[in-house]
Design a protein around this ligand. Structure first.
Ligand SMILES: [Zn+2]
Ligand SMILES: [Zn+2]
Length: 252
């Protein structure tokens, strides 16, 4: 069994075919899902999707891209969503200096505020980091409590080490399978009790589906790649990544 620890099931193509999406996932052994919100509206949508299916869980948070549009009372609004049964994490949150859809200062402010909120609630954070290694490490060192996961990890070993040292898990997505990727070298060094898999669907389809819309079933290919990298069986990776996700998100 595998858990897709990061998917955005509220995108039309996924949401409108949720039955098909889940059955194709089940066929490949992917049986639980964390639907991750990127703003208040999407987070609510995640919760309503999760409430209709006992294998789907939700997170609530504001993505760095959405920082500029976060309503003034966004923290209160997240706080209102967190007590829902199916909400297992705060996020996604973080820093994205690659696209810079929002000003870096805004991104950093709402990242810090959400970390503080998650700490008070004792919930894990799901954080996004693109071209922002240094700032992410600095913020987490100062404000984080080591409870959470670096989603769609795409950085170097030094950054992975910093996250691991603070206590965070590392989650890999389809870009682990891309040709010429440096990520397998990093992935090989991540202890198996600290690693998870995800799709980040509808983005980042793994090889052999690169460039096509992604869906949770394909976390299978990420797990298979991870097995190949660590030279262990697929079952071993499935068991370990599932254990890790169950523990971090306190899944039933
Ligand atoms: Zn992300
Ligand atoms: Zn995402």
């Amino acid at each position: 069994m595998l858990i897709d620890t990061h998917c955005h099931l509220y995108y039309e193509d996924l949401k409108n075919d949720i039955g098909g999406v889940l059955s194709r996932a089940n066929e490949l052994g992917v049986t639980q899902f964390i639907c991750v919100g990127t703003n208040i509206v999407d987070s609510k949508e995640c919760i309503s999707i999760a409430e209709k299916n006992d294998k789907i869980f939700a997170s609530a948070g504001v993505h760095p891209h959405d920082a500029k549009d976060a309503p003034e009372d966004y923290l209160d609004q997240i706080l209102d969503l967190m007590p829902f049964d199916k909400v297992v994490a705060c996020g996604e949150m973080g820093l994205d200096f690659f696209r810079n859809h929002s000003e870096p200062e805004d991104q950093e402010r709402i990242f810090i505020e959400q970390i503080e909120l998650a700490k008070t609630l004792k919930k894990p954070i799901i954080f996004h980091n693109r071209d922002a290694d240094e700032a992410t490490i600095r913020v987490l060192k100062k404000y984080g409590d080591g409870n959470g996961v670096a989603h769609c990890f795409s950085s170097d070993m030094e950054t992975a080490d910093a996250f691991l040292e603070m206590g965070y898990y590392i989650s890999f997505s389809g870009n682990l399978t891309f040709k010429n990727s440096q990520l397998p070298k990093v992935a090989k060094e991540i202890p198996l009790n600290r690693v998870m898999v995800e799709t980040d669907s509808p983005y980042l389809s793994p090889v052999p589906f690169r460039g096509k819309p992604n869906e949770p079933a394909r976390s299978r290919f990420v797990a298979e790649k991870l097995a190949e990298i660590h030279d262990v069986s697929f079952e071993e990776i499935a068991n370990r990544t599932t254990e890790n996700a169950v523990k971090l998100f306190q899944l039933p």
